[in-house]
Ligand binder design. Structure first.
Ligand SMILES: Nc1ncnc2c1ncn2[C@@H]1O[C@H](COP(=O)(O)OP(=O)(O)OP(=O)(O)O)[C@@H](O)[C@H]1O
Length: 612
């Protein structure tokens, strides 16, 4: 509706402008510059009548009345123009915000695998640079619509004044427009290149600043500078190519305009014998119209160059729609956290990252059970698939075959979201927002009280160091928490995870950056959580898990709690199992408090063993 109102305003503006110009005729007639006869105002519709009416007024009033009418028309036109320009900006910004929102929401609702397959910098690029190009193009589109409406009205007026002359001008205009279509195609090519180059620019910058420590410590600055110099050179050349294209079309329009006016005057005077009033108005109209043609062309070129950016945005939105998580953002679906009563189970789960048939499985035929309210550790060497397994357990990934069950029910659709609502995850590389410690903690539970914040900090052995900071809870942690040590970051992220009071706590090598003392404190705290929540711990080595020396250690290829190899019957079983597992990639999951151990190898049949 707003767009239609805007178009109606554009038409009105064109009419006002035409009337303004048309008023020149009686004005000139009144001043005696145009005759009354067929060659003067007499040849113009209404102009002769208007002049006759003005002449009936007292002599000293005619000119002021005419001038006042002129000022009124121009004032109305300006007021309309003002309203139209504000409405135009509203329309443009409304459209851009809608695009921004729908793209961001689509990204947020896409599944995890979608993010694993895409480069993050592409999202930044699309949501900033490409969106800015689309925003500019939207503004130009409105301007173009306004120019077209204006032009059509003025051509209508010109037709009314002199159909023959207008037909000549329009035919020339059409010929030029056909010729100029090539320029619009060329503008699209330049636009494609702009998209590619700015995508490379964003991706490069993101990578380089993420890896700035490596660059600085390995003295790689010069090679990155060379890359930057090369890319910015190409961007500059591309920009100049576009400016050249625009300058060429603009000068072509100007030259053709001069040639046309010359032809036009010649035809009017020598062949068509047009009257002076008519000729004057048509020349004024076209002198004003021609720049509009040029502007339409220039706008069309710029819009053409932004079309690739618009296409990329639509394409991303389409991809997000395909990757949309079921239940995510649906009206009425309110994900409440699941309460795990008996446990989480994997039944013959297969998973691979690449959809390709020849791609290797990251997990093959995995069966395991994680009892609720206890702590389960998943142990295996690097690349064994621990993180993948945990992502499946958290409902971030879906198995290609097999199923993940909570309390015996498969995790699909809404239950997947509910499961994630119940999980607190502490990643291998802890992430903190560039905000205060308080804000970082409140991000997961805005209603948490000061006491709860300190409790969580105490739990994660962070209380002492936070109290020592000059601004305490209000200390800003820096970009990704750069102002804190790795261990401090890990402890804060752990505090944040606990603050959510999850029913499942997943710790992915969460104590790897801690010294022995702090690790022991955290493990004591985790011990206290047992029975209150289900805890899943990922570790490279069994030794990472507290009490591996003092508690039971399970899994093929390992000795008993004293570190000695078992002898007798147990020893034979132990050696047999070790031989069977030799050469296989394996994961051992040990339940400290429970009797569960899981062993499986990439090429073996999954086996689930209960020890004791
Ligand atoms: N995003 C991904 N795309 C493709 N393959 C992946 C991806 N992430 C992991 N993989 C592959 O899946 C396998 C298991 O990886 P995963 O990260 O689960 O192992 P991990 O046991 O957690 O390793 P680490 O202890 O080193 O973190 C590896 O072979 C890895 O190369």
């Amino acid at each position: 509706m707003r767009l239609y109102a805007q178009l109606a305003a554009m038409v009105a503006l064109g009419l006002f402008d035409g009337i303004g110009i048309y008023m020149l005729a009686p004005m000139l007639g009144l001043l005696g510059l145009l005759g009354d006869g067929a060659g003067g105002t007499g040849s113009l519709p209404f102009a002769g009548e208007a002049l006759a009416m003005l002449r009936e007024l007292p002599a000293n009033l005619a000119l002021p009345v005419l001038l006042a009418a002129y000022v009124l028309i121009v004032t109305l036109q300006s007021l309309l123009q003002r309203a139209q320009s504000i409405r135009g900006t509203r329309l443009q910004q409304g459209f851009i915000r809608h695009l921004r929102l729908s793209l961001y929401a689509s990204l947020m609702r896409s599944d995890w695998i979608f993010f694993l397959r895409r480069r993050r910098s592409d999202f930044h690029h699309l949501l900033t640079s490409e969106l800015a190009r689309v925003s500019q193009a939207t503004y130009l589109f409105l301007q173009l619509a306004s120019s077209v409406a204006f032009t059509v009205i003025q051509i209508g007026i010109a037709f009314w004044l002199s159909a023959k002359l207008t037909a000549v001008v329009l035919a020339s205009g059409a010929a030029i427009a056909i010729f100029m279509r090539r320029k619009i195609r060329r503008a699209k090519e330049v636009g494609n290149r702009t998209s590619e180059l700015s995508q490379q620019y964003y991706a490069g910058l993101t990578d380089h600043f993420n890896g700035i420590k490596d660059i600085k410590s390995n003295r790689l600055e010069d090679s990155y500078l060379d890359w930057f110099r090369g890319l910015t050179g190409r961007m500059e050349a591309n920009f100049i190519a576009f400016a050249r294209l625009q300058a060429t079309t603009s000068s072509l329009y100007k030259i053709s305009s001069a040639a046309l006016i010359a032809l036009f005057v010649y035809l009017a005077v020598e062949t068509l014998h047009v009257g002076a009033g008519e000729l004057l108005l048509i020349v004024v109209l076209f002198a004003r119209l021609w720049p509009r043609f040029a502007q339409i062309q220039s706008n069309a070129e710029q819009i053409g160059s932004a079309i690739p950016a618009f296409r990329s945005l639509r394409e991303l939105e389409r991809e997000c729609a395909v990757a949309r998580e079921s239940g995510a953002g649906d009206a009425g679906v309110r994900a409440e956290g699941l309460d795990v009563k008996t446990g989480i189970e994997c039944r013959h789960v297969y998973f691979k990252y690449d959809g390709d048939a020849s791609a290797d499985y990251a997990l093959r035929d995995v069966c395991l059970r994680i009892p609720s309210g206890k702590m389960t550790a998943i142990v295996g060497k690097s690349g064994a698939g621990k993180s993948t397994l945990v992502d499946l357990l958290m409902g971030l990934l879906e198995p290609e075959r097999g199923s993940v069950l909570i309390d015996g029910l498969p995790v699909t659709g809404e239950r997947r979201l509910a499961l994630r609502h119940a999980v607190s995850y502490v990643a291998q590389e802890p992430f903190l927002f560039h905000e205060s410690i308080r804000d970082n903690l409140l991000a997961v539970r805005p209603e948490a009280s000061e006491t709860e914040l300190w409790e969580a900090l105490r739990f994660s052995a962070s209380e002492d160091f936070v109290r020592r900071l000059p601004e305490g809870l209000d200390t800003v942690v820096g970009d990704r928490g750069v102002r804190l040590s790795g261990g401090e970051r890990q402890r804060l992220v752990l505090a944040r995870a606990i603050l959510r009071k999850p029913s499942i706590l997943v710790l992915d090598e969460a104590t790897s950056a801690l010294d022995t003392e702090n690790e022991a404190r955290i493990q004591e705290a985790i011990d206290r959580l047992k029975g209150k929540m289900t805890i899943v711990v990922i570790a490279h080595r069994l030794s990472t898990i507290r009490g591996s020396g003092s508690s039971r250690r399970h899994g093929a290829g390992r000795g008993d709690r004293s570190g000695r190899r078992p002898s007798g019957r147990a020893g034979r079983t132990f050696r047999r199992r070790r031989r069977r597992m030799a050469g296989r990639r394996q994961i051992n999951a040990t339940a400290r408090a429970g009797p569960l151990a899981v062993n499986y190898g990439r090429d073996s049949h999954a086996s689930e063993r209960y020890i004791r």
